[in-house]
Design a protein around this ligand. Structure first.
Ligand code: PLP
Length: 387
């Protein structure tokens, strides 16, 4: 029996050639070959961030990137507006609190994204510019929701607060133009749309953010972006880098470049569209609100009478399909279906077929064999509009 089909919202299915790159012998991380590797990775990531500036590669998961963003720009007592849409937005806000910020949250219902008008109104009320930074989650993986970052950008720029963006589960899957839109610190990670193994975070900062990074008094050491930037200028990282993950990331980014960024964006959008259509056809209700659907993770509540834990266990144990459940208050309430990684339509169709079987076995009322897969096929072929 082949291995399980991993359709988590991260970590994702990694191509065999990328996995094999991890088995290469170690190299001198203070030598020329490492400098070339780091430079190649940075050059490949810049277009995804939409920046011509530095992209810092940090050993650690996405959360290290979020902590680096906060620790390097936010001082104790700073007022921070957190635009939290779920678990990962809460995490970002919590990190800011740990670093002594006074954090206020913009109220956002679960399943919704940031309403530009609500953000505009809150920032307009801050006439004396006491809000020093705004935290945003580009794509909230816990609810399957994505923000319109192009629409939010001018509102944020008009206020002038520093903008910190968690794009861990969006960058690479959807367009982002850090320099043109004027975002200040943007964080992503290896194990999502770039389809590499976990273990590396990426942080890019605007020149305005670098000024803040240079002068903020917050203590930091391993995540100090000043040290990372100056080491990078010499083709190094300040500390021993996770070489196998970087070898794999390098290989994954070469595959990504060969596909082309626009094709990768279209692929994620098409896959998510197909999965949304299938789930709706099978009696699920999409958790994300219309206009807020994510291209990288589809979150949905199962049909009445179907328990999430039983459904996930059946899919995993009988069909080798690994989906994810909800987190925190959404635990037991939603299923999350990732669309990132080295997967094709046939993988999604297989998983949807398995879902039809599992639903039938668990006693879902009106599951028509082929109903989900047909809806996905129509959506993949772009024959029908999908809400
Ligand atoms: N932010 C978002 C939006 C995420 O999806 C994740 C991981 O799922 C993280 C942050 C945290 O990343 P990590 O688990 O790599 O620390």
């Amino acid at each position: 029996m082949s291995e399980s089909l991993l359709l988590l919202p991260g970590p994702v299915t990694v191509a065999p050639a990328v996995l094999q790159a991890m088995a290469r012998p170690m190299i001198n991380h203070r030598g020329a070959a490492f400098a070339e590797l780091l430079e190649r990775i940075e050059a490949a990531l810049r277009p995804a961030f939409g920046t011509t500036g530095d992209v810092i590669v940090l050993g650690g998961s996405g959360t290290s990137g979020l902590e680096a963003a906060v620790a390097n720009t936010i001082g104790a007592g700073d007022r921070v507006l957190a635009c939290s849409m779920g678990v990962f937005g809460e995490r970002f806000a919590e990190i800011a609190r740990v670093y002594g910020a006074q954090v206020e949250s913009l109220p956002i219902a679960l399943g919704a994204n940031v309403d530009p008008e609500a953000l505009r109104a809150r920032l307009a009320a801050d006439a004396d510019r006491r809000i020093a930074a705004v935290l945003l989650t580009h794509n909230e993986t816990s609810t399957g929701v994505q923000c319109d970052m192009a629409a939010l950008a001018p509102i944020l720029r008009a206020h002038g607060a520093l903008t910190l963006v968690d794009s861990v589960s969006a960058l690479g899957a959807t367009a982002f133009a850090m320099d043109d839109w004027g975002y200040d610190v943007v964080v992503s990670a290896s194990q999502k749309a770039f389809a590499a193994p976990p273990g590396v975070a990426f942080v890019a900062a605007s020149s305005r953010a670098w000024e803040r990074i240079e002068r903020v008094a917050t203590p930091r050491f391993a995540l100090d972006l000043r040290r990372a930037r100056s080491a990078k200028a010499g083709g190094q990282t300040p500390w021993t880098p996770p070489l196998p993950v970087l070898f794999a990331l390098d290989a994954a980014l070469q595959r990504y470049a060969a596909e082309g960024q626009d094709a990768a964006f279209a692929r994620h959008a098409r896959y998510a569209r197909g999965v949304r259509a299938a789930l709706q056809a099978l009696g699920f209700a999409l958790f994300s609100q219309p206009g807020a659907h994510s291209p990288t993770v589809v979150a949905a509540t199962p049909p009445p009478g179907i328990e999430v834990a039983a459904l996930l266990a059946r899919l995993r144990e009988r069909y080798g399909v690994v989906l994810s459940g909800g987190q925190a208050q959404l635990s037991g309430k939603i299923v999350r279906f990732g669309t990132m990684g080295d997967i094709r339509e046939r993988d999604l169709l297989g998983a949807i077929g398995a879902l039809e079987l599992a639903l039938g076995e668990l006693g879902a009322g009106d599951v028509r064999a082929g109903g989900g897969t047909a809806a996905a096929l129509e959506a993949f072929a772009e024959l029908v509009p999908v809400g």
